[in-house]
Design a protein around this ligand. Structure first.
Ligand code: GLC
Length: 419
């Protein structure tokens, strides 16, 4: 009798465990529709597999997320099973991430842009699966472009400055809040991105080159930062030095800016029902600097499994599902997240929802990488030195010249004998 009761209890427990599955914690996104979109995908996987996913609240900014995750991972915490990982992180937190090479179907891996898989592969280990890619873009108001007699978006920063200043002067009469241009000007990783594409568009290199050479202190880079600093207080409000992605988007989306530098997610957000700028948004490549070419900083996010997770199999299954073609397609259509699979840039449904994925394809595949791979664990110091220097130029506490000189010496100290 005792034995039978015992068996019944065990069977019931097993049955329960099976029915309930496991509960995974997922540290995902919080910018724009990020949280809802993560939750939709995670819930779909949970329903399919009988597991549960708790999508966590995470800081908005990349650097703040990194600091928090470094603390958790440094303590070998198993609290979070799946992390959404910035494209610049694999070199910094890679040792805490599970090798996904044998968890993700080979056919799925083969569909990803090779350069993105390479970025996430360290010492032969696939430490994260590319989920969506990002590139800096120029958003503009199509209605105002027409109203002021222009036929296309500016091709150079000089043109942008002239157009923005004319339109700002005109629009300000009826709307004192109106500004010509908004971008990410606060001192954080987003400023590293917006300033890198400025210097690169003037032919000023990429701070530290892929061979490890520190090139930030050069006249073309100075010209790029000069052009950027000239915007603050003229076509961009002084407050732009407190803007991240979302602050810039709020100004643009509420109808108070002509141009905006932002990532592709801002398109779907601006096209949302009830958005004051719905159907008035144009998207173009960012302008070229004097004597240079247009440049966009490469961004993007991956999904990774915590090495200390108690449910590595289920966590890897969630990553495989979310980074698969079907879910990437849904996210591209609903929230204009750039897929990491070339085939989706030819998908008629994706192109119908987000036409610039087709027309600006070259911008996405030729975007400029931040020097994260070459600087490895020291990337944060490099990025901090650069964004702090640019910030001091934007806030007029330093000349662009002196600012980049000081960034170069700090970066050189961080490098020491080698990267
Ligand atoms: C975007 C990019 C990411 C970058 C961040 C900076 O999220 O995808 O790579 O680090 O912006 O704010």
């Amino acid at each position: 009798m005792k034995k039978i009761v015992c068996m019944a209890v065990i069977t019931a427990l097993l049955g329960q465990a099976h029915a309930a599955g496991v509960t995974l914690s997922f540290a995902c996104d919080s910018v724009g529709a990020g949280y809802q979109e993560c939750k939709k995908g995670a819930d779909a996987w949970a329903k399919k597999t009988g597991n549960t996913v708790k999508v966590m609240q995470v800081p908005k900014e990349s650097d703040q997320r990194l600091a928090l995750y470094q603390q958790q991972l440094g303590a070998k915490s198993s609290d979070v099973d799946v992390y959404m990982v910035d494209t610049i992180w694999p070199g910094m937190i890679g040792k805490h991430l599970k090798d996904l090479k044998s968890d993700i179907p080979a056919a799925q891996q083969a569909k990803i842009f090779p350069a993105m898989l390479k970025n996430d592969t360290v010492n032969g280990k696939l430490l994260a699966m590319p989920w969506y890619t990002d590139a800096g873009m120029l958003f503009y108001r199509t209605d105002l472009l027409k109203k002021y007699g222009y036929t296309s978006a500016p091709k150079t920063w000089d043109e942008l400055q002239a157009m923005a200043s004319k339109i700002q002067a005109g629009e300000k009469k009826a709307n004192p809040k109106f500004v010509g241009y908004v971008f990410q000007g606060k001192n954080y990783e987003g400023l590293t991105c917006s300033a890198l594409e400025m210097i690169s568009s003037f032919g000023g290199g990429s701070i530290v080159e892929p061979d490890g050479k520190i090139t930030i202190n050069n006249p073309k880079a100075v010209a790029g930062i000069k052009a950027m600093a000239n915007m603050v207080g003229t076509i961009a409000p002084n407050a732009v030095t407190t803007y991240g992605e979302e602050e810039a988007r709020q100004v643009f989306q509420s109808g108070n800016a002509m141009f905006m530098r932002n990532w592709p997610y801002a398109y779907a957000a601006g096209q949302d029902k009830g958005s004051p700028v719905k159907d008035k948004i144009g998207v173009a490549a960012l302008p070229a600097g004097t004597g240079g070419k247009p440049a966009a900083t490469l961004g993007g996010w991956q999904l990774a499994v915590n090495n200390y997770s108690k449910h590595p199999k289920e966590a890897a299954s969630l990553v495989a599902y979310l980074t698969g073609a079907e879910e990437q397609k849904r996210r591209a259509i609903e929230a204009s997240y750039n897929p990491t699979m070339p085939e989706l840039y030819k998908d008629p449904d994706v192109l119908k929802a987000t036409p610039f994925f087709g027309s600006l394809y070259d911008v996405f595949v030729s975007a400029v990488a931040r020097p994260a791979t070459v600087t490895g664990l020291k990337y944060n110091q490099v990025s901090n030195a650069f964004s702090t220097a640019v910030y001091s130029a934007l806030t007029k506490r330093s000349t662009p010249d002196a600012a980049l000189k000081s960034a170069a010496s700090q970066i050189s100290r961080a490098k020491g004998r080698s990267w």
